[in-house]
Design a protein around this ligand. Structure first.
Ligand SMILES: O=C1C[C@@](O)(C(=O)O)C[C@@H](O)[C@@H]1O
Length: 148
């Protein structure tokens, strides 16, 4: 599929533990469930979804670099790196594609350190607190944005 219809779903540290990790905050769906749902949403728009998860900052940055010219937009849940990583933020502007930031929980209703995001100021949109449904809303929004 052409790069213009290919979307990248990125997940940062600890999101491989969705479904197991603090289900009272993050719910019962696994990352595999999330990827399957997002793949279906992308396909409804005639888009292909690629996905990547890593617990390592460098691996995420390398994958973001590889998105340049290869994928048309990025949905990212940066996990804890949201609140710490200037390097991840710097990487996200390199592909020059729309970026949608997703958080499963409402980060504004939790500990104060979660209220600051290094990513939000370069993101086209931010979804926080809609549970794992937020990923599918983000893919839907991104696909519509790219369709113009
Ligand atoms: O790992 C995560 C998950 C999170 O990004 C979310 O999806 O709600 C919120 C972050 O503060 C946290 O470090």
């Amino acid at each position: 599929m052409a790069a213009g219809r290919t979307l990248l779903l990125l997940n940062g540290p600890n999101l491989n533990m969705l479904g197991t990790r603090q289900p009272e905050i993050y719910g019962a769906e696994t990352l595999a469930d999330v990827i399957a749902g997002c793949t279906r949403t992308a396909a409804e728009h005639g888009c292909e979804l690629r996905d990547f998860q890593s617990n390592s900052e460098g691996a995420l940055i390398d994958r973001i670099h590889a998105a340049r010219g290869a994928e048309a937009g990025i949905v990212i849940n940066p996990g804890g790196y949201t609140h710490t990583s200037v390097a991840l933020r710097d990487a996200l502007v390199i592909p020059e594609v729309p970026v949608i930031e997703v958080h499963v929980s409402n980060v504004y209703a939790r500990e104060p350190f979660r209220r600051h995001s290094y990513v939000s100021s370069i993101a086209d949109a931010v979804i926080s607190g809609m549970g794992v449904s937020g990923y599918r809303y983000a893919v839907d929004y991104l696909a519509r944005l790219l369709a113009g």
